[in-house]
Write a protein that binds this ligand. Structure first.
Ligand code: MRU
Length: 580
């Protein structure tokens, strides 16, 4: 075994040269890029077991080249010592037990042994060429699928371990898909799990992303679920080491936890791997042998002991994720989607409001999350279909004068805290112009904030209020909808709920004209109800905070439902607004 240096390019993980296998020593990356020259089966097995060569597809290629090394070594006077090569092949195939690709690569190359060492080497080289084509097809297919599942936004992706060029011969699988999405201009950021204990994420994936100039951040494995809960992840992509016939998937330890967290947050969880990673001989994941590695990998960090000297360790290198937690298994030939696989917008992830001391400030981050959460909830209710509706809050204290409002054109079912825009609460001007536009109806929110003490405004297209707006509207003028009888009106918190009146504004094509009419109406009625209707458009309700605005909205919608269902008479007849 000898060493030389190399750089990140196809063939770095493995290539044949002058009778030996050259492979970058993945243990030394990212700081040292050194090639190992492996000229014997023993040297290759040692490199595989030490994870100098690693990653399921790369192990498959290594297995094939290992048979070539053995055939070359046991070739005398035109004859190959087949039993000796088969014995080497058995040792090679079992050097690491979990990735099926290793044994597959060995078997495939062994199939050419009767034709001699050159035929074996030719088969291994053929596998290298196929690997690039196969990974490229799988990566493209997975990238297409991610674009379908998460259509409308710069993507925040999360990945685990290393599934890039280093783990394959070229291109990569899950990381190949991420790089393809980056080439398409879709990637805002990749969160890279460091992948304890051997740090394939922080050492290898981060290095590959850096070389490709794709924005990334490394996180500890245990931050992944928190990132999902805060709405920082749109999709998770991982590779695989063995996939059972039913789709149960073995991959780097930690993958199962990621899949559970992704399911909890209703995020797409994609496995990208070549067909050769499927093991149809196993009906399900229970038969997959999980490699247990030396506990020293866990209790030592480099040369430093990070646990009591006599600590025992549990160090499985892989775990098995059940099929039902995987949104799709993507290969070069197919994307095997769960029958009930849904876009996140169909169900809505459920980020949790958090307090953060990040650049956004403590209150702002929580407010963004609350807006996104309510948006997804009202979407599920059918009140904010597609991109319809908009929500805002006015910030208090050190950020008074600023409102946060949902961005224009965003699908309300998959809104996250990133899809919220900060605007001047008095003018609607965007605070820091960027890629996101504020809601096209920001001016109406501003009119409410200017005339009232509201802390939150909610505008939705709930069906019954929308019907009542249409029935009450007067062409070209503001009409009034009196609501007098229902106990439910108490929910609006007015001093005299028996004389509640809601204005119905014409739906002028120019939003500013609607906003001006709202402003004039509210300015002349300090006791106005905290709700208004716009003809054939929907309802806008406000309150001291989102919770109050939302509960008032529920009351008005419920009253409108009663009216539409025929419960109303007397006092509910529309009348024209007499106000100037
Ligand atoms: O122990 P490793 O580094 O060989 O484990 C690798 C992984 O688990 C990868 O995710 C997997 O092999 C897919 S490689 C495209």
């Amino acid at each position: 075994m000898g060493t030389t240096t190399g750089e990140l390019s196809p063939g770095l993980s493995l290539r044949w040269q002058n009778g030996a296998l050259l492979a970058v020593d993945q243990r030394l990356l990212p700081h040292t890029c050194r090639l190992l020259r492996l000229d014997s089966v023993d040297a290759l097995i040692a490199a595989v077991q030490a994870l100098a060569i690693r990653g399921a597809p790369a192990l498959g290629l290594a297995g094939a080249f290992g048979v070539a090394l053995s055939a070359q070594a046991h070739h005398r006077a035109g004859t190959v010592d087949e039993p000796a090569v088969r014995a080497d092949a058995r040792r090679l195939a079992t050097a690491r037990p979990t990735a099926v690709n290793l044994a597959r690569g060995v078997q495939r190359a062994l199939g050419r042994l009767p034709q001699g060492p050159q035929a074996v080497l030719g088969e291994a080289r053929k596998m290298v060429a196929e690997d690039a084509a196969v990974n490229s097809a799988a990566a493209n297919r997975a990238a297409d699928l991610v674009e379908t599942l998460v259509p409308d936004r710069p993507l925040r992706l999360l990945t685990h371990c290393n599934t890039g060029l280093l783990a394959t011969g070229a291109v990569g699988t899950a990381l190949g898909a991420i790089l393809e999405l980056a080439r398409r201009g879709r990637v805002a950021e990749v969160l890279v799990d460091e992948t304890r204990p051997l740090l394939q994420g922080s050492r290898l994936t981060a290095w590959e992303l850096r070389e490709a100039k794709v924005p990334y951040r490394v996180c500890v494995d245990s931050a992944a679920a928190a990132a999902m809960s805060r709405g920082l992840v749109d999709c998770v992509l991982v590779g695989a080491d063995r996939i059972a016939a039913n789709g149960d998937t073995a991959n780097k330890i930690g993958t199962y936890g990621l899949a559970l967290a992704a399911a909890r947050h209703r995020l797409p969880f994609l496995v990208v791997a070549p067909e050769s990673t499927w093991d149809e001989s196993l009906p399900d994941g229970s038969g997959i042998v999980v490699e247990e590695r030396d506990g020293a990998e866990v209790v030592r960090h480099g040369d430093t002991l990070v646990a009591p000297a006599d600590a025992a360790a549990f160090n499985p290198a892989f775990d098995v994720t059940p099929r039902e937690l995987i949104t799709a298994l993507v290969t070069e030939d197919r994307a095997d989607l769960l029958p009930h696989a849904t876009r996140p917008s169909d169900t809505g992830p459920r980020p949790v409001a958090v307090t953060t001391s990040g650049e956004d400030g403590v209150f702002t981050a929580a407010a963004r999350t609350s807006l996104a959460e309510l948006s997804r909830e009202l979407y599920l209710r059918g009140w904010m279909p597609g991109t319809a509706g908009n929500l805002s809050v006015r910030l208090a204290e050190e950020r008074a004068g600023t409102a946060l409002i949902t961005a224009s054109g965003r699908d309300k079912g998959s809104l996250t805290g990133q899809d919220i825009v900060a605007v001047d609460a008095a003018t609607g001007e965007v605070r820091a112009p960027g890629r996101l536009k504020a809601s096209a109806e920001t001016a109406i929110h501003v009119a409410v904030y200017t005339a009232t003490a509201a802390g939150a405004v909610v505008h939705v297209h709930s069906p019954y209020a929308t019907v009542m707006a249409g029935r009450t509207a007067a062409p070209g003028r503001t009409a009034l909808l009196p609501l007098t009888r229902f106990e439910l009106l108490k929910g609006l918190g007015l001093r005299d709920p028996s004389h509640t009146v809601l204005p119905v504004f014409p739906n002028w094509p120019d939003v500013r004209r609607i906003a001006d009419e709202v402003a004039a109406y509210l300015a002349s009625r300090p006791d106005a109800a905290p709700a208004l209707l716009i003809a054939d458009h929907g309802i806008t309700v406000w309150g001291r905070d989102l919770a109050q605005a939302r509960s008032r909205l529920e009351c008005v919608e419920a009253v409108c439902q009663l009216l539409v269902l025929g419960a109303g008479d007397g006092g509910t007849e529309p009348r024209e607004d007499q106000a100037p």
